[in-house]
Design a protein around this ligand. Structure first.
Ligand SMILES: [Mn+2]
Length: 501
């Protein structure tokens, strides 16, 4: 969706979800500012049973002069367009007003039929709706950093929705965090007015009501309704307990369950665990040690109507711990008799010689869907980009051994085009502008087998593992040091042919 599609409306009402949080207020305010600058008759509302109470939100509204208004739950009709932000029109967490036309701008899992909407933008991979609005404003050529009030609101919206940035991982979220102009002093005031004395008590009660599993050393805690950021604070605290290696802290919101995950062992990547816990009923992600997620009530009730949420987390955790084998590559001898021979297909990939973007010695961050990689530019580096956005850095020598390069430009369609940022100057370069095509050499023999169980593979001295799920492939090359790779069956079929076929 492009915002200029909505400029045909004279009357625009932006609606945040009931009980609005910082992200809903920020997203609505940024859109309000955009449409107001276009001369529209625009208003910004929220409804529900309660008016905004939280100190940080009241401060945000007052200091940033945000024109949000409370509206009664009545059957009034909204003339023109209604845009629901950080929520989906017709969902349980937003009061439904009748309107001429409806547009949804949200970052939660889709939970409504979108056919009746005029238009919608639901980007479930984003950490905040603020990020989505920021992207829409940028795409519309609106210069967000010209208004520090809007910048501060969006920054705070993302901060709160990602548990104080600790559960932040999607590259576009990182881009927004790194580029917004915001009022630091107000930001500090708001971030330190987030919890109430009541929430201090909730944290205290939650801490004495933990469930601990001594087989797998995990803890689960449910809290009474509270600010979702409290979940992160409680998790950060209990992960320090010597016997606890992973933990999940959750509570119920109006539309589902929010949870934080922490891990202090290499064998559990918190981000991957959060994805596992929310699989099919929500979304999750984050970092190696800290992550979070959300279970949609709509999907939960449909799939687990009779299970309480605490048992659900307990069951999924046990399922998680029992579903994989751990392999340390330096002590592992793959059983080739179980494997078949394969040859690489001559598929096309993109590659970039980093040396062309910044001079040798420049400290950079390579940002892609695979996360941020810190590197210093040297003349022996290439970046390979696959059409599923997989982005990795390899040496020129490994590149020459495995690929034939061409000077043909490469225009892969990518969900997030990788970028290289100069750390000192903050200057960004889009890799796609420099990307050329290369083709895999097809003379190397590989051995592979389909995995029946999950595998966590630790490369030599690595602190993080590669994950293989049942149905994925384990691939071993025929070089003397036997490099092991794990890949999805889709990736595998794209890249390999059975030898002799
Ligand atoms: Mn949000």
């Amino acid at each position: 969706m492009h915002l200029d599609e909505l400029e045909k409306y004279k009357d625009i009402t932006i609606q945040a979800h009931d009980n609005p949080d910082a992200d809903a207020i920020a997203s609505g305010f940024a859109l309000y500012s955009y449409f107001a600058a276009k001369g529209k008759n625009v208003s910004f509302i929220y409804s529900g049973r309660y008016k905004i109470q939280k100190t940080d939100l009241k401060m945000m509204i007052e200091k940033l002069d945000i024109p949000i208004e409370y509206r009664q739950m009545d059957d009034s009709y909204i003339k023109g367009l209604i845009i629901t932000v950080d929520c989906q029109y017709g969902a349980g967490n937003v009061y439904k007003y009748k309107a001429d036309d409806v547009v949804v701008i949200d970052h939660h899992q889709p939970e409504i039929a979108t056919s009746s909407l005029k238009s919608f933008e639901i980007a479930s991979s984003l950490g905040s709706c603020s990020t989505l609005v920021w992207r829409l404003l940028n795409d519309a050529g609106y210069s967000v950093n010209d208004d520090i009030r809007v910048g501060t609101a969006l920054y705070y919206g993302l901060f709160r929705d990602t548990n104080q940035f600790s559960e932040l991982y999607y590259p576009l979220d990182l881009d927004m965090r790194d580029s917004l102009a915001f009022d630091r002093s107000l930001f500090h005031q708001m971030r330190n007015s987030n919890l109430s004395l009541k929430e201090l008590e909730i944290a205290g009660i939650a801490l004495i009501r933990y469930i601990y599993n001594s087989d797998y050393h995990y803890a689960i805690i449910q809290t009474q309704p509270c600010d979702p950021n409290l979940l992160g604070i409680i998790s950060d605290f209990i992960i320090q307990v010597d016997e606890i290696q992973t933990c999940v802290v959750f509570n119920q919101l109006e539309d589902g369950y929010k949870f934080s995950v922490r891990s202090c062992i290499n064998e559990v990547n918190a981000s991957e665990l959060a994805q596992f816990l929310s699989q099919d009923i929500g979304s999750g992600g984050g970092h190696i040690e800290k992550a979070g997620g959300f279970l949609s009530e709509h999907w939960y009730d449909m799939l687990y109507p009779d299970m309480n949420v605490e048992s659900f987390f307990g069951k999924r955790l046990i399922q998680y711990f029992e579903s994989y084998d751990i392999i340390y590559a330096d002590a592992f001898e793959p059983d080739m008799s179980e494997m078949s021979e394969y040859l690489v297909k001559r598929c096309k990939l993109g590659f970039v010689d980093l040396h062309e973007l910044f001079p040798t010695g420049t400290s950079c961050i390579l940002r892609s869907l695979d996360g941020d990689i810190k590197l210093v530019i040297n003349d022996n580096q290439c970046v390979l980009v696959e059409d599923d956005s997989t982005t990795r850095v390899i040496s020129k020598q490994a590149f020459c051994e495995n690929f034939d390069s061409s000077m043909e430009t490469c225009d892969l369609k990518l969900e997030y085009p990788p970028k290289l940022r100069n750390k000192a100057s903050s200057e960004y370069m889009e890799l796609t502008q420099y990307m050329k095509t290369c083709v895999c050499k097809d003379n190397i023999v590989f051995f592979a087998k389909k995995l029946e169980r999950g595998v966590k593979l630790f490369e030599k001295e690595a602190e993080t593992y590669m994950l293989g799920k049942p149905g994925d492939y384990m691939v071993v090359d025929s070089l003397p040091h036997k490099n092991i790779l794990l890949m999805s069956s889709e990736q595998f079929k794209k890249r390999f042919n059975k030898a002799g076929e």
